[in-house]
Design a protein around this ligand. Structure first.
Ligand SMILES: Nc1ncnc2c1ncn2[C@@H]1O[C@H](COP(=O)(O)OP(=O)(O)OP(=O)(O)O)[C@@H](O)[C@H]1O
Ligand SMILES: Nc1ccn([C@H]2C[C@H](O)[C@@H](COP(=O)(O)O)O2)c(=O)n1
Ligand SMILES: [Mg+2]
Length: 208
């Protein structure tokens, strides 16, 4: 258990994506280290990293008609409607030549989860869950210094509540299906990555 990376994608809807990629959902509270560890997985295992939050922030910058709505929702720590986020994820998958993707920060709620499955027919190979106490996540977010509009204490508290109320149930859903690989994320970056490596498995490491 835990080292298998196999596409389990049900191409049930006439293949909206026209490809059948391996997808790993990367979940965990705000500041648990999802983006940091995804960068390591990209380097060692050749996945493409798609962060739903990064795609939404890029959409704001692009001047899209949805930009103001997305910006307001992110400032409030709220979850953007699935149709917007899924369209961005689908486009990013289509535009990329790779066949294995880390989808970071998605699905964030039941609506995200059900809509993605319905629209793409993709089932994740597994869900990588970074488990971290709130105090540690708060410390990390307040010292992240990347100029994110949502890294202030008021929005951080709202994001924690959304994580508990809306995102944890999604993790529990996949846990009941035996798909969750939980990692203790409250350790130094290198130690966390040792656990991540064990999950992806030595046979999937990129040759140097
Ligand atoms: N294991 C760790 N120990 C200490 N600091 C860490 C660790 N992992 C990440 N960090 C730092 O914590 C901050 C948040 O990390 P990161 O951006 O990877 O989290 P995230 O889960 O992607 O957060 P968000 O959901 O807000 O995007 C960054 O400044 C990062 O350098
Ligand atoms: N599936 C998602 C992912 C992200 N968002 C919005 C709301 C989040 O607070 C924000 C930042 O995401 P992060 O970079 O922390 O993963 O982006 C969303 O609405 N839906
Ligand atoms: Mg992130």
């Amino acid at each position: 258990m835990g080292t298998v990376i196999e596409a389990a994608n049900k191409d049930t809807n006439g293949s909206v994506l026209n490809k059948n990629p391996t997808v790993v959902f990367v979940l965990g509270g705000p500041g648990s280290g999802k983006g940091t560890q995804c960068a390591n997985v990209v380097e060692h295992f050749g996945f493409t990293h798609l962060s739903a939050g990064d795609l939404l922030r890029a959409e704001i910058k692009s001047g899209s008609e949805n930009g103001t709505m997305i910006q307001n929702m992110i400032k409030e720590g709220k979850i953007v409607p699935s149709e917007v986020t899924i369209r961005l994820l689908q486009q990013a998958i289509k535009d990329n030549g790779n066949d294995k993707f880390l989808i970071d920060g998605f699905p964030r709620n039941e609506e995200n989860r059900a809509a993605f499955e319905r629209v793409t027919g993709i089932e994740p190979a597994f869900v990588l869950y970074f488990d971290c106490p709130e105090e540690e996540m708060e410390r990390r977010l307040l010292s992240r210094n990347q100029g994110r509009e949502d890294d202030n204490i008021e929005t951080i508290r709202k994001r924690f509540k959304v994580f508990l109320d809306s995102s944890l149930p999604v993790i529990n859903y996949y846990d009941a299906k035996g798909k969750v690989r939980k990692v203790d994320a409250a350790r130094p970056v290198e130690e966390v990555f040792e656990s991540v490596k064990a999950i992806f498995g030595p046979k999937n490491e990129k040759a140097d």
